[in-house]
Design a protein around this ligand. Sequence first.
Ligand SMILES: Nc1ncnc2c1ncn2[C@@H]1O[C@H](COP(=O)(O)OP(=O)(O)OP(=O)(O)O)[C@@H](O)[C@H]1O
Ligand SMILES: [Mg+2]
Length: 132
Amino acid sequence: MSQTCVEVKSEWSIVAARQAGRTIAKEIGFGSVDQARITTAISELARNIYLYAKRGQICIEKVVLVNKVGIKVSALDKGPGIKDIRKVMEDGFTTSGGLGAGLPGVKRLMDEFSIDSTVGEGTIINAIKWVR
Ligand SMILES: Nc1ncnc2c1ncn2[C@@H]1O[C@H](COP(=O)(O)OP(=O)(O)OP(=O)(O)O)[C@@H](O)[C@H]1O
Ligand SMILES: [Mg+2]
């Protein structure tokens, strides 16, 4: 299975990214609870793209290793970037009056999580969840 990417540029496209995630998670074999975790993570990442970068992409793909199978969610944007990555990973840190729960939540919901961001260039967030 190849990568599926959804353009994030409106409220509706956040829903579309979420639905694409559910379909692929189901195909990979995740149970309904993990499907919900994955779609929640996708919603948070897509919402951040829309809010902070205006537009970007959510890409979803199946990951197959020798001993495990999972789903990889990538959030990519060419927005303002993140100055202090450690800070945005703290519960409650927000620059928009939100709850500041989005990114720490995504990290908890998924098994692997990384942020690569450059101020003025954009942000790439990768998260993986493995089928158990
Ligand atoms: N794609 C992004 N580009 C630039 N800054 C971002 C991006 N995603 C998150 N941030 C920054 O990280 C902060 C924390 O994000 P997080 O999703 O955890 O909380 P929030 O969006 O502020 O609130 P919540 O998601 O709980 O409604 C944001 O306030 C914003 O400053
Ligand atoms: Mg958020």
